[in-house]
Design a protein around this ligand. Structure first.
Ligand SMILES: Cc1cc2nc3c(=O)[nH]c(=O)nc-3n(C[C@H](O)[C@H](O)[C@H](O)COP(=O)(O)OP(=O)(O)OC[C@H]3O[C@@H](n4cnc5c(N)ncnc54)[C@H](O)[C@@H]3O)c2cc1C
Length: 321
């Protein structure tokens, strides 16, 4: 059975959680899993992949490039794929993964499946991937016609492997790539805040919050989870200029699958549900008992958000300590 290649994103010398999930998903399909890491700290990050499910790690330490360059990474992945002939190549469905996967699929002439939430190995060893379509109302199973399936995997859906040994780390030279663009500088928009698509807890607000200054109650609720929660928003409040687009959850925003999702003052329009209905536990707070969000919620509180949320925050602080 041919290997599965997984691109592992790093922050400094740390592999990112969403990539560890992709390695875990690959390891459960059987066969060898090969991780590819790219960047100045690739080797140091590869040394932290013990128990990730990877049998081998290719570390591409490119001293030339300080910033993430999709063309350079794709060139390295294509070179690795040429040697390995993998049956699948996985990325986390993060902004990097969404950038790289279609470029690589095009370069290799492979099929690509985006934002997958389930994987299986068919009888002939091919990898098949399930992904939501029609704003999450239906699912399709994708099987590549050719030998390799390129797929991005939704963060927070797949479990990490968390067992097994250390991968054999090999250095790989950065292949010469005819780059059409060079990233000169990256300017962070938010000061080290957790991204809504990767946070285990998401506190989202909608028009029911009435005005931008009322976000303080949601910030307090998020803070009660001690750095594990990110803020999200409906499109209505992003369009109103109350919140940045980076926080928008839904069809035209980000897709999230956290352990816990709070929908506060959000009606539950189908376009919003498309981005959050695979959350493990959904808590809805809305003053309208008929609001559609209650149909997908595991727990519902009918009441005024500005009264309910502070009481909830106090209770969570007491429970978490
Ligand atoms: C092509 C397209 C793409 C779209 N993409 C997205 C997307 O990505 N994400 C997205 O979110 N939307 C998207 N939308 C918009 C979507 O259809 C809805 O208009 C939007 O989600 C509504 O936002 P909302 O729930 O905040 O506002 P509303 O629908 O106005 O809901 C506000 C809710 O707050 C409740 N409320 C009012 N006061 C209180 C209070 N004091 N306490 C508690 N609850 C209260 C109300 O009962 C109501 O349910 C898209 C629409 C289209 C056409």
């Amino acid at each position: 059975m041919s290997a599965i290649l997984v691109y592992v994103e790093t922050k400094d010398d740390q592999p990112k959680k969403a990539s560890l999930e992709a390695l875990g998903a690959a390891s459960r399909l059987g066969g060898d899993v090969v991780a590819l890491l790219y960047g100045r700290h690739a080797r140091a990050a590869a040394a932290k992949l013990t128990g990730s499910g990877a049998a081998k790690a290719l570390a591409v330490e490119d001293a030339q490039r300080t910033h993430f360059s999709p063309e350079a990474v794709v060139a390295a992945l294509a070179a690795a794929a040429a040697t390995l002939a993998p049956r699948a190549i996985f990325f986390a469905a993060t902004s990097q993964g969404r950038d790289l996967a279609p470029r690589l699929a095009e370069k290799l002439g492979c099929a690509q499946a985006s934002d997958c939430t389930e994987l299986r190995s068919s009888g002939d060893g091919k990898v098949e991937a399930r992904r939501p379509v029609l704003a999450g109302k239906a699912y399709t199973w994708i099987r590549a016609k050719n030998s390799t399936l390129v797929a991005t995997l939704r963060p927070n859906v797949f479990a990490e492997a968390k067992s097994g040994g250390a991968p054999a780390v090999e250095s790989m030279p950065a292949p010469a790539a005819d780059l059409k663009s060079i990233v000169k500088e990256i300017v962070a928009s938010a000061s080290g805040k957790l991204d809504v698509s990767e946070a285990p807890v998401v506190v989202s607000g909608g028009r029911g919050l009435k005005e931008a200054s009322n976000w303080k109650v949601l910030e307090d609720l998020a803070a009660a989870f001690g750095g594990r929660a990110a803020l999200g928003a409906s499109r209505a409040v992003v369009d109103a200029g109350w919140r940045p687009h980076a926080e928008q959850v839904g069809q035209t925003g980000k897709t999230v699958a956290p352990q816990l999702y709070f929908a506060v003052g959000i009606s539950g329009a189908i376009q919003h549900l498309a981005g959050m209905r695979t959350a493990k536990t959904i808590v809805a707070i809305n003053k309208d008992p008929e609001a559609p969000i209650f149909k997908v919620a595991d727990y519902g509180i009918v009441g005024d958000a500005l009264e309910v949320v502070p009481a909830l925050t106090a209770a969570i602080k007491k429970a978490i300590g």
